[in-house]
Design a protein around this ligand. Structure first.
Ligand code: ACO
Length: 347
């Protein structure tokens, strides 16, 4: 059976740097509050009109393809992870297919938020191992800056997010590559970290914790004015609830991957956690007793870029020479859903 390797990796972050102090011009917040709670110093915001989730993805993908030594026409499947697609539908995968003039290949969007990239890698791994595809382009890209609540109501979440994209090309290999992937979900907390609209839940099948919207009659537009007024078109997060679950599930899913492969935490050469919050990553590091050089964080520069955070961090770690051939690399993510997962790979 073929194994799966990362043959090429690329990233793109917008030029526009937005520091915490820059945010204080339009949000009631402070550099001190943001750094102390999240470790974030600055993030990138995409150009309002000229950059989209897809255009950023294409830039990251071009680098990944070039490093893998293949052309866009040789890609035989696209998997695109994002929570901020250009359109509500269709997904961004087909927009990449069009923009990069690819063949009429399959394109799949994955809507698993912070763990979207790990889910995408896992799906791609199955396609490679069964021999169905040979060059899969996996992308994580987000343009959060366009849809954040910059009022005091949404400041706990709006200061966290940043924009950017990362991409990898997965190919078959004889050597061990992706050793295993592990995916989980617990929908009990679906409303703890969510954006309710556009959605079709207005008939109250869900008792949302911030529900103040009027009933929208069937057939009405996706978003009524009352929904917009009640901020249901912005991400909502119960931060402490997310924190509490994340610090349990991150270590658990990393240990699950290690156990399955008869490995121990001391075997990890580099852990790349989803860049949710530096405090969460530090907690996980402490719990697994990993030294500083075994955990890669770049949240201070880019904030939380959701599905893009792992491929951006992986790319940056690789470019900095922190990943060598044969290294054991662990990717782990936790986020909205809740969904979480890990991928263990030999580089
Ligand atoms: N600036 C200043 N004050 C703020 C801000 C802000 N940006 N946001 C919230 N506050 C205030 C609140 O109004 C509140 O004030 P009060 O005590 O007067 O009522 C106070 O700070 C505490 O608010 P909390 O929401 O309880 O803030 P908390 O201390 O929990 O920190 C944070 C918020 C950083 C989001 C934290 O809960 C956290 O780290 N949660 C983990 C979730 C996470 O990292 N999510 C990332 C996205 S999801 C993912 O990727 C997994």
């Amino acid at each position: 059976m073929p194994q799966t390797k990362i043959a090429g990796i690329g990233k793109y972050v917008p030029e526009n740097v937005v520091t915490n102090n820059d945010l204080t011009a339009f949000i009631d917040t402070s550099d001190e509050w943001i750094q102390e709670r999240t470790g974030i110093k600055e993030r990138r915001y995409a150009h309002r009109t000229d950059e989209t989730t897809t255009t950023m993805a294409v830039k990251a993908a071009e680098i990944a393809l070039q490093r893998a030594g293949i052309t866009a026409q040789e890609v035989d499947f696209i998997i695109f992870a994002t929570l901020s697609p250009d359109y509500y539908f269709p997904g961004c995968g087909v927009l990449v297919q069009r923009a990069m003039k690819m063949k009429e290949i399959g394109a799949l969007d994955i809507r698993n938020q912070c763990s979207g990239f790990v889910y995408a890698i896992s799906v791609a791994d199955q396609f490679i191992k069964t021999g169905m595809y040979k060059n899969i382009l996996v992308i994580g890209s987000e343009k959060h800056s366009f849809g954040l609540d910059f009022s005091t109501r949404g400041r706990n979440i709006s200061v966290i997010f940043g924009d950017g994209a990362g991409a990898v090309v997965l190919q078959p290999t004889e050597q061990p590559g992706i050793l295993s992937t592990h995916l989980h979900s617990d929908g009990d907390s679906a409303e703890v970290l969510a954006m309710y609209n556009p959605g079709t839940h207005a008939n109250h099948w869900v008792d949302t914790p911030v529900a103040t919207f009027d009933d929208a009659p069937r057939g009405e537009m996706f978003m009524s004015h009352s929904m917009i007024d009640s901020a249901q078109n912005f991400p909502y997060m119960d931060g402490p609830a997310v924190f509490k679950k994340a610090v349990v599930k991150f270590p658990e899913v990393i240990m699950e991957a290690l156990h399955q492969n008869n490995l121990q935490t001391s075997d990890i050469d580099l852990l790349i956690p989803h860049q949710a919050n530096l405090r969460i990553a530090q907690f996980v590091q402490q719990k697994l007793q990993l030294s500083d050089d075994k955990v890669f964080n770049n949240i201070e520069k880019y904030g939380n870029t959701t599905a893009a955070s792992i491929p951006i961090a992986l790319c940056e770690a690789w470019e900095a020479g922190k990943i060598k051939e044969g290294d054991l690399v662990c990717l782990a993510a936790f986020g909205s859903g809740f969904t979480w997962g890990s991928a263990l790979l030999r580089w």
